[in-house]
Every structure is written in structure tokens, then in C-alpha cells.
Design a protein around this ligand. Sequence first.
Ligand code: S3P
Length: 430
Amino acid sequence: MSSQSVDSAKSLTGTITLSPDKSIAQRTAIFSLLHDGPSTIYNYSQAKDPQTTLKCVENLGARVEIDGDKTTIYGVGREGISALSDELDCGNSGTAMRLLSGLLTGAGLSIKLIGDPSLSGRTMTRIITPLEEMGAHILARNGAYAPLFISREDPLRALEFTLPIPSAQLKSCILLAGLFGVDESCVIEPTPSRDHTERLLQLRVETDDQGVRRIYASKAHEIPAQNYQIPGDYSAAAFWLVAGSIVPNSVITLANVGLNPTRIASLHILQEMGAEVKIVKDDSDFAEPVAQLTVQSSELTGVDIPPEWIPNAIDELPILAVAMAFANGDSHIRGAAELRHKETDRIMAITKLLDGIGASYHEYDDGLSIHGNPNLAFDSAYFESFHDHRIAMASAVAALRGNKTSTIKDAEAAAVSYPEFWSHLDLLKV
Ligand code: S3P
């Protein structure tokens, strides 16, 4: 597949079991490597990014056995990690590159990290500076971009690090390096970002009266086995929450969705816009809340996203922009400059998507204002994915409201996080 045609939809109905959570899957693979002994993971993701991470983990010494939906990772513990290859290919995954850079700094291995053209265009300065403070030597293209050559001859130094941006990748990178230190490192997080790392590693977390979090890591912390059943990816669910809201006569049920509170601001934003979502809690014994969601079509109204909610909704902003285009009134996304550093410049990519459907908007350096129109009509649109999975899928959802067939270029990008997206779309349209 390179281009994908998407027809207008009169309704969407059915039940979907989503692709497993990308952020959680990648972390369980890396943390299993660090654990000394086997971890059993059910429902490990087949999406490209988690598969990339699994390969990297194998290249660092873990043995991986797959039996149906059971993945067993035989971890080697912090002392046992070794470079079985002198290069780790992180593909399209910022999470893999940033988390593994922290781990390699801690382990003191000399290794080269490479990525695809998108990842090689994303700044790594945010991790290079603190990791160098911890003792790493990092050679990067133009001082900021992959390939990264990481080594460490100096002793590992503990770091007390206040996150300059609310980034879970940066937080996790420093904590992973910190887990190899005799002295304790501490990451101070003024604005919360997704907390899967702290939860899955069972790290010590202190929260002060202002909500500022301090997360600690050192060699003394035991790495728990990662025996989990990975829930469905909320970020994948968000596409169907919007599709089910804006396509008339729709009822979509999403089974087994991970509802980590640091991931679901977009659910609250959609509800504030008038989306009708029924939430039934699941008794799953996963380390985080899980639920079944049912969405049905509704009239949406514009919304102003509070900037402090942005980190918690960061991956859902492209699909929220589609909801905003079909809502009644204006919506505002500000304080989201970080979007320009994702798999593509997502503010630019959203403007192109909105151009495709004839929506009106104003672009800022750090976001967008979108002038919504519930009766927005267009015939067929030609969407560029910019090789970005979330832009490909957000475009497909917008295309459902066209009068004729639209085309999404480089649609295979969806497989980075959600390989079943196109077949799930077919299933819902029947
Ligand atoms: C992720 C964190 C987020 C998110 C990305 C996955 C993670 O990035 O956009 O898709 O798994 O930690 P930042 O933490 O850099 O904002």
C-alpha cells in the first residue's frame, strides 16, 4: 500500500479491539531486558515501533520467545547488558531512541543509534545535554541529530534534573540512566507527562502541594518482572471517538482501552465538546486503569484547551483538530509548540489536512485556532500523511465526512502504531 482511498461514510457501527498500547509495549520490552529473569507479556504490539524496540532489546542481550500472543523476554539484568551489534536501529521511534540512550549511558556501552529520515530529523539535544552531565560522551550529527554515537568512560554521575519540557521520553531517559547509579538521581516534573515508566518500574514518586513530582532512581532499586497483559492503546481509541462523534448514525464500542489518567485529556476535551462517550470500567489486573468505551454521534461545540492539558493530549491533537473542524464555533490549541518536533511538524501537517477539507483556521507558532463548521462540506480531498502515522489516521477520519472518495498518500505510515487501522475502518463501515 502507498495510497489509500477512503469513501464517505453514512454511519460507523461495531466493536473494535484496539492495537496494544505503543508506549506501554515499548517500555515493557526495555524494562524486561533490565530485569534479571523472564518476563511474560501478553498482547505485545505488532506495530512497527514496538517491534523495533523488541529487536533493539534482543541486540542488547535479551532472548525473546513468541508463542501466539505470549511474548517471553529473558532479561539479563543491569550487569548483563551487552552490545551484540554495534548499531541499534530505532526506525521511526523517538521513544526507542530516547529511552535506549539513557539505558546505554547507564550501562556504559559504546554504541551507535540510528533512525529513519523522520527520526533523524528530530532534535536529540534535550537528552544529550543531561546525559553528558551524567558522564556520557555523545557524538551527534550537527550536535543534535541521529546518528548518535554514545559511550561513557567517566564514572556515572547522579543527576537532579528539572524537566525543561513536559516530556515522558526525556523523563524516562534520565531515569533509565539513573537506575545504574550508586547515588540516587531525581527527575523533577513540574507539569505531569505520561507516567508509565514510574508505574511499570514501581519507582519512588513524591508529589508536593503544588503537584510537582519528584521521581527517584538508583542501582539499589530492584527492577520488577514485566508480567503484563497490554491494554488497547488510548491514542488509537481517540481516532474512533472522533469518527464516531462526527459521522452521523454511528455507535462504536472500543474494548479493553488503557485509561491512564496522564493520557486521556483528549477524552475530557471531547466530552466538554459534547461527545457522548459511555465508560464501563474493566476489572483487568493491569497496573493502570482499563475500560470499555462506547461512543455515539453527537453535535460538537468548539473548545479552548487549557495549555496545561496539552502534554496529556499531545498525541491526540491531530485528531482533535478534525473534531474541531466539524464543531460548532471556534476552538483553540495553544502552548503546543512541541507538536513541531513530532514524527513530522504536526502543526504544519494539521494545516494541510484542514486545507484539504476546506476548514478555516489560524496558525500560530505554538498551535492553531480552528473555526468549526458542523455543516462543513467537501467532495474529495487528497491528504499527505507526511509519513506520520497519526496524520494518516486523522486524515482518514476527516475523509469519512467527504461527499466523494478521498485519497491518503503514504497511508502505510499508520502501521507505526496501529497496523489494523485500515481493516478496522472497513469493519466499522459495513
Ligand atoms: C511517548 C511520549 C510522548 C509521545 C510519544 C510517546 C512515550 O513524547 O508524543 O508518542 O512513549 O514516552 P514526549 O514525551 O517527547 O512528549
